[in-house]
Design a protein around this ligand. Structure first.
Ligand SMILES: [Zn+2]
Length: 185
């Protein structure tokens, strides 16, 4: 077997799908268009699979409900807000720089920059992300900052968009033009 374990293979496939989602879906749509019966055959095949794996599916669903007890019960909006409040409390409830404590403008900051990019191309769902944060030690990788302090930190560390933090030097022509317009570099 080319993969060390079933889990490895599943993990690889999941990443592959996340990376190529658009093209996979597009080609699937294309195939359905060329073969109008394909959709029905696919549906029947997955129905057969569900019948054959009923026990497995039920066990999976039980596990899922245990992991996400709110699912289908509590409105997502309310669940997410409460989860966010929990995360904020976990991280000390106030901005680590200035002490601002209104949850509406508090943000989780990735201390060394990178933020969600640290997940690679996979975009975590807010629920997944916040649950992961609850397992983090405050002040190690993540900290709580208010929107102002976070924005200022981004500028100081050049984490913000290249439009605000140009890495390339302006040309002589650009410098002359800037001078003429009374602008600073
Ligand atoms: Zn602050």
């Amino acid at each position: 077997m080319p993969y060390k374990s079933k889990e490895k293979r599943r993990e690889y496939r999941r990443e592959y799908y996340a990376k190529n989602r658009e093209s996979i879906l597009a080609s699937s749509r294309e195939r359905c268009k060329q073969d109008p019966d394909l959709r029905r055959r696919r549906r029947e095949s997955s129905q057969r699979w569900r019948e054959a794996n009923r026990e497995h599916n039920n066990a999976y669903n039980r596990e899922y409900r245990k992991r996400y007890p709110h699912y289908g019960v509590i409105p997502t909006r309310i669940y997410r807000k409460n989860l966010r409040l929990k995360v904020i409390e976990h991280f000390g409830g106030k901005c680590m720089k200035c002490g601002f404590d209104d949850w509406r403008a508090l943000q989780i900051d990735h201390i060394n920059g990178g933020g969600r990019k640290s997940f690679g191309k996979i975009r975590p769902s807010p629920v997944y992300y916040h649950n992961k944060l609850l397992g983090e030690t405050p002040g190690v990788t993540y900290q709580l900052l208010c929107a102002n302090c976070n924005q200022i930190k981004k500028h100081e560390n050049k984490e913000s968009s290249p439009c605000y933090n140009p890495t390339d030097k302006p040309s002589k022509l650009a410098l002359r033009q800037l001078h003429r317009l009374g602008m600073k570099v």
